[in-house]
Design a protein around this ligand. Sequence first.
Ligand code: NDP
Length: 321
Amino acid sequence: MSKPDILIPSPLRDMIIDGLEPHFTLHKLYEAEDAEAFLKEREAIIRGIAVSFFHVDQPFIDRFPNLEIVSNFGVGYDKVDARHCGTRGIIVTNTPDVLTEEVADTAIGLMIMTIRELSAAERWLRDGNWEKKGAYRLTPGTLRGRTLGIFGLGRIGKAIATRAEAFGMSVHYHGRSKQAGVDYTYHSSLVSLAEAVDTLMIVAPGGPETEHMVGERVLEALGPDGVLINIGRGSVVNETVLIEALKKGTIMAAGLDVFEHEPHVPQALQDLPNAVLLPHVGSASVATRDAMGQLVVDNLKNWFSVGKPVTPVAETPFPRM
Ligand code: NDP
């Protein structure tokens, strides 16, 4: 029997390619000299796509009449039009759970780095200033007495909340619905959450529904002692508005792991002393990325061997509705 044909639009980690190769015929779009001709030749035979940070939008999906499954590397799948896949009966899978604790660790690290200025303090030492000029300044910010607001109290949001409680922070949250089984304070709007807290953690997914939800009103509500941490998706925050808010002191500081146009980070943001910037490293340890990669492989293997995805997303449930 011939192996199912899988399209790989952009480079994936070697362990994913090694896991797929024995079971599938792989078509690596990123190695093609003429991408259009490459796709045209293969449109009819592609049955699966394994993808990481590549726009799988409606026109792209519709090129493949025999597409059955899109296996996405990452729990966030805002670059894949899952709703459209759902209407065509195509399954979309992501990589939830295996990265939850790693991302929550990173979020807490970024929050402390931002409030206690740890990366600036380290630069002070490395630049020789400790010896030449003396101690690094006392930080205006402290974690003590802070209240954390979480936008997106899902798997990662809950893991962050547990850690924040251990640091003595009280926790509030906002999402489209009240979460069962938690007694954190729920706010039905993001502005109301921002008014109630001084530290706002974004862990919501990207996509049109959440685009630019953090803008002027939310940042003004957060206030001059406010700290914004974004570990979710860059598109949730209006970056231009945020830069102005950081310049004017509308909020005190921001810690960002994700950006609107990655990997581009505006120079105006890089120039700000009250912004801590990480290059999207939330889940980026070898162990966690391996576990995510294995799920990409397992979803495709399971689908083509037993007809069942391991981790389908909400828009393409299995068994199908
Ligand atoms: P979950 O689906 O478990 O949680 C998402 C939460 O966001 C839910 O509680 C949901 O609550 C809330 N939410 C608010 N608005 C929306 C919306 N419009 N659509 C869907 N959910 C919404 O996801 P995870 O906790 O596993 O991951 C959260 C996000 O974190 C990912 O989507 C990804 O963007 C980001 N992420 C970032 C990483 C990094 O490296 N920086 C790594 C991994 C993930 P409700 O349904 O009540 O609205």
